[in-house]
Design a protein around this ligand. Structure first.
Ligand code: CP
Length: 325
């Protein structure tokens, strides 16, 4: 694996390997006072964010630092992107400055894929070279590490993903999280149901490996997990239909709806949450909700992805045996 651009590129073995490594990191670091592995010493990881982020940017930085990489954060504001430098020139500049990995968030779908193409080349020995590129969210397209951390959370809570029914609810049309999860969860053997008003479903959703429904109340009793999505007002010009109030009434996960779920079912949200809109104020803090577990798993999954892309997956020796310094 040279890049992580889409969950559609992950085989079941790839995905399971990353989740197993992430679990290994969680165990290795659990309860340790010093959270530092030598695995990526001497490597330089750059986060390149053209959109706002709290969870993804911070957890990649924590992941890199816990593995002893040098981590450099670049954002559109404060870099020469703000002076009009193109994405291509910025990416090639950061590679020339020493990036072993570029972790990219950008409002345009396909931006990470483009950067991977622009920076790939062959070295003097004819081998493929260039930085590893990780898609940290590209427009409405994909957010693969989010889907991996969601899968890890589901695996920890439910025991296994195979045969589970996962209901993804809300603003599917603008959600890179929904698309990445639809691919990954079906690769891992889950059944995925999308619940949304027709106005918030993307063109071509009939080609996704999912079933579509519109009545949330009807879907909750049989769900093993329900994943609530934020309504992305920043991607809607001039509001949306249904109205926010109608949306909340029909598609919000409130206390009454929480009671429709089975005893062992869980509630995921990728964050940031709009409490009172897609998820009730108290539902977000209910025992079924995994919001902060997802954040914690995000660090371990991103460590596992950096490991796979920068070191490989062929030997424990290469990984430094997960030794804690
Ligand atoms: N879930 C997620 O991508 O959150 P951030 O936008 O805070 O990174």
């Amino acid at each position: 694996m040279r890049h992580l651009l889409s969950t559609a590129d992950l085989s079941r073995d790839d995905a399971t390997g990353i989740l197993d490594d992430a679990d290994g990191f969680a165990q290795a670091l659990l309860g340790r006072e010093i959270r530092k592995l030598p695995t990526l010493r001497g490597r330089t990881v750059m986060t390149v964010f053209y959109e706002n982020s709290t969870r993804t940017r911070v957890s990649f930085e924590v992941a890199g630092k816990w593995m002893s990489a040098d981590v450099i954060n670049v954002s559109a504001t404060g870099s020469s992107a703000g002076k009009g430098e193109s994405l291509r020139d910025t990416a090639k500049t950061l590679y020339a400055a020493g990036a072993d990995a570029l972790i990219v968030r950008h409002p345009s779908s396909g931006a990470a894929q483009q950067i991977a193409q622009w920076t790939s080349h062959t070295d003097a020995g004819g081998k493929p070279a260039g930085p590893a590129v990780i898609n940290a969210g590209d427009g409405t397209h994909e957010h693969p590490t989010q889907a991996l951390l969601d899968a890890l959370t589901l695996r920890q809570r439910l025991g296994d993903i195979e045969g589970r029914r996962v209901v993804i609810v809300g603003d599917i049309v603008h959600s890179r999280v929904a698309r990445s999860n639809a691919h990954l969860l079906t690769t891992l053997g889950a059944e995925v149901v999308l619940v949304a008003p027709p106005t918030l479903l993307p063109a071509g959703v009939d080609t996704w490996p999912v079933t579509i429904a519109h009545d949330l109340d009807a879907e909750l009793p049989a769900a093993d997990a329900v994943m609530m999505l934020r309504v992305q007002a920043e991607r809607m010009n001039g509001g949306f239909f249904p109205s926010p109030r109608e949306y909340s009434v029909r598609y919000g996960l409130n206390d009454d709806r929480l009671r429709l779920l089975g005893d062992d079912a869980v509630v995921l949200h990728p964050g940031p949450m709009l409490r009172g809109m897609e998820i009730g104020y108290s539902v977000a803090d209910a025992p079924q909700a995994t919001v902060l577990e997802q954040v914690r798993n995000g660090v371990h999954v991103r460590m596992a992805v950096l490991l796979r892309l920068l070191v490989g997956n062929d030997s424990d020796q290469q990984r430094g045996d997960h030794k804690v310094e």
